[in-house]
Ligand binder design. Structure first.
Ligand SMILES: [Zn+2]
Ligand SMILES: [Zn+2]
Length: 204
């Protein structure tokens, strides 16, 4: 992986970001530590130093988990679903991809499975394995915690922040669908749940 020119984040920055993330998430947990460190590493790797201000329009994050760490990623990066700067991919993996839109650099970072067992070796005296993970994840090296891969991410215009580019009406249920999420079947424009079965069923 190419290393960016900027200095790696400091301990003080980590402490500050972890505090902030705990405040937003509601509790301190191993997921906060992991998510904060993953985000700091990801931003650094793509050369983004001021995600909430100067670099705000240049950053998109894909998260592959809806777990504690996801809140940490949101807290550190300032990216959110509502701003369309955070994309949720429901893969069930402890992984996220950080994309710099200005340079097209992107890295996918996944938490290493070995780090769980390693955490116990760092703190054998802590009986509770989650507590041991929480403490160990603060001090383990990035290489012990994460695998980092440079990737290419294709972002479509309809996935970018800004006003919806298109709104269409589903021919079956009549509801409006925006951002090109409609499907075409037998010449009809339909919404996804009408084609694929949605997560809900109407109670008749
Ligand atoms: Zn948590
Ligand atoms: Zn429909």
């Amino acid at each position: 992986m190419r290393r960016p020119s900027q200095e790696p984040p400091t301990q003080a920055e980590f402490d500050f970001l972890l505090n902030e993330s705990v405040r937003v998430h509601g509790h301190l947990c191993a997921g906060q530590v992991l998510g904060v460190r993953m985000s700091m590493l990801g931003l650094w790797a793509i050369g983004i130093s001021d995600p909430k201000d100067r670099d705000r329009k240049n950053l998109i994050v894909f998260v592959e988990m809806d777990r504690c760490a996801t809140d940490a990623v949101q807290s550190v990066t300032g990216c959110s679903l509502g701003r369309r700067t955070m994309k949720f991919m429901d893969y069930g993996k402890m992984a996220a991809t950080f994309v710099n839109l200005a340079t097209n650099q992107a890295v996918r970072i996944i938490a290493r499975e070995e780090s769980r067992a390693l955490a116990k070796e760092y703190f054998p005296e802590i009986g509770n394995k989650y507590q041991a993970q929480l403490e160990a994840y603060k001090i383990m090296s990035d290489d012990e915690l994460f695998s980092v891969t440079e990737v290419r991410v294709k972002l479509q215009p309809e996935d970018m922040p800004g006003r919806p580019m298109r709104r269409v009406r589903c021919a079956l249920c009549g509801e409006q669908v925006q951002d090109g999420r409609e499907l075409s079947r037998d010449g009809m424009t339909l919404c996804r749940p009408c084609v694929e079965n949605g997560y809900y069923e109407d109670i008749l």
